[in-house]
Design a protein around this ligand. Structure first.
Ligand code: PAF
Length: 284
């Protein structure tokens, strides 16, 4: 069943809560792919009822980003969800979520702002305000759906860490379930934005996972010096790759590491043409 209003979702949730059913939420921006489907499958297995939200959240896009051209495939998304056993696809309009003349300025909206230490690095450095938009919409979705469990992909690792922090700091009664990255055969992590890649670019895009898998292999052989591990990446890069960052950080609190250990997560962002791709790997 597809619902477009908060009121309709609330009505349904109220009935499920009365019946004592557990609720899983899979928040998405649509253009669903096998990565999303793995989250949905987990929710359907674990919870009595599953809600998938499909909402291209305008307030998490920075000026000049791809808000207008972000892929919107609601009919196909709805079908995939129905086939996967989802009970509600919640697909609100920006107006439904943010009111009349929906707001792209934080002057008129109550925002949830994650701590500066978590957002002044990695993707937050180039996407200023992005995580404010993510936390705000995820918080709203939690309030609307009141899920027992919410499922997020490890592909967006900084997002996942920030959401876990928000849930802890704000005592939100939901359990966050992290779900492993799903990859194409060549190692490319699945993402809705892969749709922007030409066939040629796609061949180049496996460089991210190549670099990460190689770093993990070196770590497994006993190399822990972050400088040395970073240097291993350069042999994989060519003129098609524009590296934005390659960083070694703690998997819980994003502290930088100079010596890698089992709690170290390696984060990479790289542009191929105009397409910005991210990936990560946990060393332990
Ligand atoms: O990861 C995403 O697709 C989005 O950031 C999310 C969590 C659905 C919030 O809009």
């Amino acid at each position: 069943m597809i619902l477009h209003t908060i009121e309709d979702v609330r009505e349904q949730i109220k009935n499920w809560k009365k019946e004592g059913l557990t609720i899983g939420l899979v928040p998405t921006m649509g253009a669903l792919h096998a990565g999303h489907l793995s989250l949905i499958k987990k929710s359907v297995e674990k919870c009595d009822r599953t809600v998938v939200s499909v909402f291209v959240n305008p307030i998490q896009f920075c000026p000049g980003e791809d808000l207008d051209k972000y892929p919107r495939t609601l009919d196909a998304d709805e079908k995939l969800c129905n086939d996967a056993g989802v009970n509600i696809v919640f697909a609100p309009s920006p107006k439904e979520m943010y009111g009349e003349g929906h707001i792209l300025s934080n002057d008129f909206l109550t925002y949830v702002i994650p701590p500066y230490f978590y957002v002044d690095k990695l993707c937050g450095k180039s996407r200023v305000g992005h995580f404010d938009g993510v936390c705000t919409v995820v918080n709203k979705l939690f309030n609307i759906v009141q899920p027992d469990y919410a499922f997020f992909g490890q592909k967006d690792a900084q997002q996942l860490i920030i959401i876990k922090k928000m849930v802890k700091d704000l005592n939100i009664p939901v359990e966050i379930i992290p779900c492993p990255i799903v990859r194409e055969e060549n190692g490319l992590a699945l993402s809705s934005r892969n749709k922007y890649l030409s066939e040629e670019d796609k061949k180049e895009a496996f460089v991210l996972s190549r670099i990460l898998f190689n770093i993990k292999a070196c770590y497994d052989k006993g190399i822990t010096d972050v400088k040395a591990l970073t240097e291993t990446a350069y042999s994989f890069l060519n003129e098609h790759h524009n590296l934005e960052y390659l960083e070694f950080r703690d998997k819980e609190n994003l502290e930088g590491k100079t010596v890698a250990d089992k709690d170290t997560q390696v984060f990479i962002a790289l542009k191929i043409g105009n397409v910005r791709l991210i990936d990560n790997i946990l060393l332990g």
